[in-house]
Write a protein that binds this ligand. Structure first.
Ligand code: G3P
Length: 502
């Protein structure tokens, strides 16, 4: 028997099959369209995501030579915060999904701040009032799309993050699909109270959101199951859907960071550093998020501090797609290796404003330090380095919040194959950077959540036993050089902050 994991990310959807040792048996991955209707707006077509999901499931099973009946359970992990509203009788979305990177809700957030409500939201949800989260996106749809509010009040319009949208379809869709979410995804909406782990009436009222449209909040690993797959769906039979986690929380689980003080950094479209803080939520004073890390069955929820970086791999894609720098993202490393350093060039990729620790929706992308000396190689190198600098920003904030230095950083995600970036990261932080054998930790974490629920894996110890380091990058840079480079980055950030405010 195997476990299936669906990983629906910002730019692609993949389905993976894992065995009991956490080894990958097969995967199938498909990209979907990024829709940019205006500067700062980012949308996805939810039905395209559902179509890619079905193809990814069938493609991976065919490659693995695994029959659906050999899947003990299915776990789901997903891009978080991205907001979908659809009609429960037809499955038709009322609007494209508004993606987590979309900044159209800046006026909604500003208005709430002007009423002095930031602390109310932060205290209850652990989140700042930012365009990043689902609540303001949902309010935007309710306020701007004709008929949705009435449909929501009638109980016809459903809200969901992408986990909810896909679980609803997988478990039957309009025929009676389950309308559920997991506690980690719910913790990213600005609507869930971190202590009660339930929707908060006061916050719903402040944003004008009808409770009837919200999904039921369930544990991340659920022995009572989210439901079973529709035999008429892509699996062709009833398989238990038993686990769901936001993708960054899933990576924390996949990296087996089950003890307070353990942390991982995932380099994907964005970059997300999560530190397990145990069973008590820790408030941040340095611009980090307090979020739910996971909740397995009826055990108490475990919390995390998170440093969220909006743009990491997305900068490489931008160089590839918008500037035609190279045909394949991994070619960036070849160009970056043509030079010794960035030649004094810094890129601040503030395409969606800057997230942690700055939280400035008005920051915009900036390139500084250009001279005629600068080549494509310098720009490629500066792009990779920007990911490491942003990580240093959030790591420093985290060390101050947590009151202890991090002794090593576990890394994962698509960009960790880039050895130049990993070495620069270790050099810049001054701590070892450890890459595990399985870098698809996001899908693995979702598989773990599902497998734990149905007894495929016994306990966390068994999962820890599956984790193995593949390579450790040891810091080699002199302290003075580290300080000099980082000071340059901070000056570059200063130039990007507030730009769009005029
Ligand atoms: O919060 C957004 C995050 O979940 C997106 O992750 O991997 O799709 O960049 P990713």
């Amino acid at each position: 028997m195997y476990i299936g994991a669906l990983d629906q990310g910002t730019t692609s959807t993949r389905f993976m099959v894992f065995d009991r040792q956490g080894r990958e048996i097969a995967r199938h991955q498909l990209e979907h369209r990024q829709i940019y209707p205006r500067p700062g707006w980012v949308e996805h077509d939810p039905l395209e995501i559902w179509a890619r999901t079905q193809e990814a499931i069938q493609g991976a099973l065919a490659k693995a030579g695994v029959r659906p009946g050999e899947l003990a359970a299915l776990g789901i992990t997903n891009q978080r915060e991205t907001t979908v509203v659809w009609n429960k009788n037809t499955g038709e979305p009322y609007h494209n999904a508004i993606v987590w990177q979309d900044t159209r809700t800046d006026a909604i957030c500003e208005a709430l701040k002007a009423e002095g409500l930031e602390e109310v939201f932060r205290k209850k949800t652990g989140l700042p009032l930012s365009t990043y989260f689902s609540g303001p996106k949902l309010k935007w749809i309710l306020d701007h799309v004709p008929g949705v509010r009435e449909a929501a009040e009638r109980g016809d319009a459903l809200f969901g993050t992408v986990d909810t949208w896909l679980i609803w379809w997988l478990t039957g869709g309009p025929k009676g699909g389950r309308h559920v979410t997991d506690v980690t995804n719910a913790s990213r909406t600005l609507l869930m109270n971190l202590k009660t782990l339930d929707w908060d009436e006061e916050l719903l009222a402040l944003l004008g959101i009808p409770r009837a449209m919200l999904p039921e909040i369930r544990p991340s690993s659920d022995p009572n199951l989210y439901g079973t797959t529709d035999p008429d769906g892509p699996l062709g039979r009833a398989v238990p859907v038993a686990g769901a986690l936001g993708d960054q929380q899933a990576a924390l689980v996949g990296q087996a960071c089950f003890l307070p003080g353990e942390a991982k950094n995932t380099y994907g479209t964005g970059c997300f550093l999560l530190l397990n803080t145990g069973e008590t939520p820790v408030e941040s004073t340095r611009g980090l998020l307090t979020t739910v890390a996971y909740r397995f069955g009826e055990a108490p929820a475990v919390y995390a501090l998170e440093g969220s970086i909006a743009i990491a791999g997305a900068l490489v894609q931008w160089l590839r797609d918008n500037l035609d720098f190279f045909d394949f993202s991994h070619h960036i490393e070849d160009y970056a290796r043509t030079v010794e350093d960035s030649g004094g060039v810094y890129i601040v990729p503030a395409f969606s404003g800057l997230f942690a620790p700055y939280w400035d929706p008005y920051a915009r992308g900036t390139i500084v330090g250009l001279t005629r000396y600068a080549t494509k190689g310098h720009l490629c190198r500066a792009a990779l380095e920007s990911v490491a600098y942003q990580t240093k920003d959030v790591l420093l904030a985290m060390e101050e919040d947590a009151g202890l230095p991090l002794s090593l950083l576990k890394v994962d995600g698509g960009m960790v194959k880039n050895e130049l970036l990993m070495q620069f990261q270790a050099d810049l932080l001054g701590v070892p950077v450890v890459r595990p054998q399985v870098t698809e930790t996001t899908a693995l974490g979702a598989a773990y959540a599902a497998g734990l629920a149905v007894g495929y894996w016994k306990d966390l110890e068994e999962l820890k036993g599956n984790w193995r380091a593949e390579r450790t990058f040891t810091p080699g840079m002199a302290e003075e050089e580290r300080a000099r480079l980082y000071a340059g980055w901070k000056r570059a950030v200063e130039r990007s902050l507030g730009w769009a405010r005029g």
